[in-house]
Design a protein around this ligand. Structure first.
Ligand SMILES: Cc1cc2nc3c(=O)[nH]c(=O)nc-3n(C[C@H](O)[C@H](O)[C@H](O)COP(=O)(O)OP(=O)(O)OC[C@H]3O[C@@H](n4cnc5c(N)ncnc54)[C@H](O)[C@@H]3O)c2cc1C
Length: 422
């Protein structure tokens, strides 16, 4: 592995054969998350592929010339030509390997992969998920001198990091940018000394053995596991939904409705949460239009009646969104009438999607006691139906899912664990 600067780019990269180049910055959490993976892979592939790093801030001109706009960015070159896909953000080991493998022959790859040595590490506690619940558990455990590792498939922060503004987290007079609040939570926990393994692939979770395998070959064992994996909103499948998430499309009325004072809003869905949340949004918005796939609302009767009598409400039935787009500050939602096939464009100030959430439990649901919606049941200490396995935050069975409730769960689990382990 070698550090270069822009004057060496031609020689080291363009005339350098097979090269992987890491544009990094300092004070950059995703760069820190990448560093150990980069070093690890250099030991494995280093004989065949040059592993180079370049400090972006000091080589700004080159970065701009190459179109590198964020740190870290990984570029791959073969004989002076850029190949594969550029990687940026929370870069996974498997994505790097995918690109490196494109440069080598099958036989050489077989040789390299036969050299991979599985590793095993031991901790007191593994926390799965580094959102507010997991980060808080990590902070409390670390402050109790309990050897803890936080494992996340993405970068730390959870759903808050993609939230535009948070105005209801106590302790801040002004609304906080979601990414900043989650960054501060994460830095506080990291500074304490909690070990982070983030942007990893979770290969296997064995709750009975209290064992988690990440990136295929790294086994992590612990005395206890805290599940803090949160939820994922169901998606409409319409194009543009992912791109406009947090930038015009929201999944949380408590969090975002207040930003639509006197504005026009579209709500996708017609079940209980869509109806109840629309009622709440209508306290702020001047007009709320529900787009629902069925011919009538499917929420409970009482909530429906209240909403149908609300003068701010409009309803478009038998319709589904097909495209979400932006026109300046406005959201443009193209909907399709499921009976006639007719397509219509609706212009609004924002879109809320309430078509259900699903708990992130795919890897370990088999033996846990779940409620009827698939959320993990835990007791007053956040202990699940399996001993030494705890669950906190949105992934648990509860009525209200907020940052404050996730943080409270994380606190309780960590204090209960600390008491047992000490
Ligand atoms: C758009 C939006 C806006 C919101 N605004 C607010 C607000 O203003 N105020 C408020 O109080 N609440 C708000 N919320 C709700 C709040 O974000 C959640 O209640 C809170 O983040 C829950 O924290 P958590 O730690 O339980 O889960 P999450 O924040 O969901 O974090 C879960 C973490 O687990 C990781 N993960 C998932 N699967 C796995 C796996 N298999 N292994 C390892 N890691 C995994 C994820 O990558 C993620 O980092 C908002 C939610 C949304 C969607």
């Amino acid at each position: 592995m070698k550090e270069i600067n822009s004057t060496e780019f031609d020689l080291e990269v363009l005339q350098g054969g097979k090269v992987i180049l890491d544009f990094y910055s300092i004070e950059c959490p995703p760069c820190e998350a990448l560093a150990s993976k980069f070093e690890d892979l250099s030991k494995l592939y280093g004989k065949d592929i040059k592993f180079l790093k370049i400090y972006r801030q000091q080589n700004r001109e080159l970065a701009e010339k190459l179109g590198v706009k964020s740190s870290p960015t990984l570029l791959f070159f073969n004989e002076g030509n850029e190949i594969g896909q550029r990687l940026t953000g929370g870069i996974k080991r498997s994505d790097i390997i995918h690109n490196l493998d494109l440069m080598l022959s099958d036989n050489r790859l077989k040789e390299i992969k036969s050299k991979i040595k599985p590793s095993v590490s031991e901790y007191d506690v593994i926390i799965l998920g580094a959102g507010p619940g997991g980060l808080t558990a990590g902070l409390y455990l670390c402050q109790s001198k309990i050897n803890t590792v936080l494992v996340d498939i993405a970068l730390p922060g959870g759903q808050v990091s993609t939230t535009h503004e948070v105005s209801n987290y106590p302790g801040f007079i002004e609304p906080q940018a979601g990414y900043l609040l989650s960054h501060n939570m994460s830095e506080q926990t990291k500074l304490c000394g909690t070990v982070y393994k983030v942007a990893v692939d979770i290969t296997k979770v064995d709750l009975a053995k209290k064992e988690v395998v990440i990136d295929e070959f790294q086994t992590i064992r612990a005395k206890k596991i805290v599940i803090a994996t949160g939820t994922t909103p169901n998606s409409t499948g319409a194009s543009g939904e992912k791109a406009h998430k947090g930038k015009g499309i929201s999944y949380c009325a408590t969090c975002d409705a207040k930003f639509f004072d006197n504005k026009e809003v579209i709500v996708i869905g017609g079940g209980n949460s869509a109806v109840e949340e629309s009622d709440f949004i209508s306290r702020f918005a001047s007009k709320v239009t529900i787009v629902h796939q069925f011919e009538k609302l499917t929420a409970n009767k009482k909530a429906q009646e209240k909403l149908l009598a609300n003068p701010k409400m409009n309803f478009i039935f038998n319709s589904e969104p097909r495209v979400f787009d932006k026109d300046g500050d406005k959201m443009v939602t193209e909907i399709e009438n499921l009976i006639t096939g007719e397509k219509t464009k609706l212009v609004s100030d924002g879109v809320f999607i309430f078509i259900g959430m699903k708990p992130n439990i795919e890897l370990f649901k088999d033996n846990l006691k779940l409620d009827q919606w698939g959320y993990i049941i835990s007791d007053e200490n956040m202990q699940t139906s399996i001993s030494d396995i705890y669950a906190v935050g949105d992934v648990t069975s509860k009525k209200y899912r907020q940052i404050t409730t996730a943080v409270a769960d994380g606190t309780i689990a960590a204090m209960a664990i600390a008491k047992e382990l000490n």
